[in-house]
Design a protein around this ligand. Structure first.
Ligand code: HEC
Length: 174
């Protein structure tokens, strides 16, 4: 090995070590959690009735651009688990009395995050108020889902949630 190669290799090794250190510093700054884990934590706090903890975590998460840079980062949580989401969209299609409460809390967490993040780019009918109102409606629909006593009621309540998703997409999604 020539001296030049050795120096070059040492340089590469150092760069790699620094990259690793930086990555772990970044994940430390986020408390080590990726967005799906954070949404679950907020949902768990809501389930426990710990509104304060839920609110604090929601506000901090909405401000953390490493977790939610754009609305699409948040919306990605609706996607399947194997696509990096929480599978909320498909769970809503097969809601049962058994999963209703947990699903409702995930939707509530998403609505709260969505309001905390806010709509940054008002234009025409895409107002900040419309954004907040649609999220409020989705949260209210989730309250109905949480109360579902049987599978039929759960399916009907979940369909109401999905209806608010679609209404928001009609207005806000390109
Ligand atoms: C308050 C408005 C609003 C509500 C409510 C809403 N969405 Fe969205 N959604 C959007 C917008 C805006 C986008 C487009 C984001 C982008 O690509 O910039 C989007 C995108 C998506 C995407 C594509 C995500 C990706 O990976 O690019 C999915 C899936 C989705 N939404 C599912 C849902 C589901 C399921 C619900 C209801 C449980 C829901 N959304 C509720 C506004 C909303």
């Amino acid at each position: 090995m020539t001296t030049k190669t050795r120096i070059w290799l040492a340089g590469i090794t150092l760069t790699a070590i620094f990259a690793l250190l930086q990555a772990s510093a970044d994940s430390y700054a986020q408390g080590g959690d990726e967005l799906p884990a954070v949404v679950k934590k907020i949902a768990a706090a809501l389930k426990k009735g710990d509104a304060d903890a839920a609110k604090k975590l929601t506000t901090a998460t909405a401000k953390n651009v490493k977790l939610i840079d754009e609305i699409s980062d948040l919306m990605h949580m609706y996607r399947p688990v194997d696509k990096g989401g929480l599978g909320i969209e498909s769970s809503l299609k097969k809601a049962t009395a058994k999963n209703a409460e947990d699903l409702a809390n995930l939707v509530r967490a998403m609505a709260d995050l969505s309001i905390a993040k806010g709509w940054a780019d008002p234009k025409g009918k895409r107002t900040k108020k419309a954004w907040n109102d649609l999220n409020d409606e989705m949260r209210t629909a989730a309250d109905g889902l949480a109360k579902a006593k049987n599978d039929k009621a759960a399916a009907a309540a979940a369909a109401k949630v999905t209806n608010t998703c679609n209404r928001c997409h009609t207005l806000f999604k390109d």
